[in-house]
Design a protein around this ligand. Structure first.
Ligand code: GLU
Length: 286
């Protein structure tokens, strides 16, 4: 029996759904639904200071208005912290983690992290986050990470010289997006990750963690990032306009066009479901 594929859309509730995130939702949905796989929605509400009240329900409502219906229950990272904690303890036991007290200011413009704290051996066990008050980083060494991206083809990075030791838990105790996403994609059995190419720099960090933890690496696909007319990436941070939920047909039509699917313009006079059927029949990975 062929294994059922599983994809996901993982919005951060830092604002309403905008065109850029709709494009990521549409691509991940079509890519998985063309195989009859399952499409999950996971709300990435792991970073309280970035959460905007009401954003997660507004995002879910927008998805529904666009007939982007997910399978199963929506999951919330804020309810899954114990999983990240457990994996962090495993990584610590494997001697892969160290404390880092460098400030953001100190490291401004410096990348990869120059390992300033790697040999300080700051205490990382049996110490509460309050007492610790410094971040935890993962150790990397010079090794190649290779992957074949559905959109971008073959890519490779050197973990030490291109990426360096990333923060997995901040000084305020919040687990990083990198740790949470890797743990969740694994525990939720995600086989396909389709997301914006603005997240491409994170992917080697994720693959490296998967390899250290003995997890399978999903198939990745990074789609072009939608920008405004000045070439600035559309994001909630830069005040991208929320989608108008009253014109889902137009929005999906434009998202398909953006993704290079070229729906016939006569479909603009049909129903949203007719457009979706066309999209599913004609979807090709680009
Ligand atoms: N939560 C991330 C974002 O909204 C996306 C994470 C992902 O798809 O891996 O940018």
């Amino acid at each position: 029996m062929k294994k059922q594929l599983k994809g996901r859309f993982a919005p951060s509730p830092s604002g309403d759904l905008h065109f850029g995130s709709l494009v990521a939702a549409v691509a991940s949905y079509l890519e998985i639904k063309k195989t009859d796989g399952e499409w999950l929605v996971r709300v990435e509400d792991i970073d309280p200071p970035r959460i905007v009240e009401g954003a997660s329900s507004a995002i879910l409502q927008s998805l529904e208005s666009h007939h982007l219906y997910w399978d199963g229950e929506v999951s919330y990272q804020s309810k899954r912290i114990h999983h990240y904690q457990e994996v962090m303890e495993n990584l610590k036991r494997s001697n892969l983690i160290y404390g880092c007290e460098c400030s953001r200011k100190q490291l401004k413009g410096v990348y990869p992290y120059p390992k300033l704290c790697r040999n300080l051996t700051l205490p990382i066990n049996h110490i509460s986050t309050n007492q610790r008050n410094y971040a935890l980083r993962i150790k990397t060494k010079s090794e190649e990470i290779n992957m074949s991206d559905l959109w971008l083809g073959d890519l490779s990075w050197n973990m030490e010289s291109d990426i360096g030791d990333s923060i997995l838990q901040r000084a305020d105790g919040i687990f990083s997006y990198h740790l949470a996403v890797v743990v969740d994609d694994f525990l939720q059995g995600i086989t396909q990750v389709i997301r914006g190419s603005d997240l491409l720099d994170s992917t080697p960090i994720h693959i490296h963690l998967q390899q250290l933890l003995g997890y399978n690496t999903p198939q990745y696909g990074h789609i072009p990032t939608a920008t405004n007319s000045d070439g600035v990436k559309l994001s909630k941070q830069y005040g991208a306009k929320p989608l108008n939920n009253n014109s889902p047909l137009d929005n999906i039509f434009l998202a398909l066009q953006f993704l290079g699917a070229n729906p016939p313009s006569k479909l603009r006079d049909h129903s949203l479901d007719t457009l979706w059927s066309w999209a599913l029949e004609n979807w090709k990975t680009r």
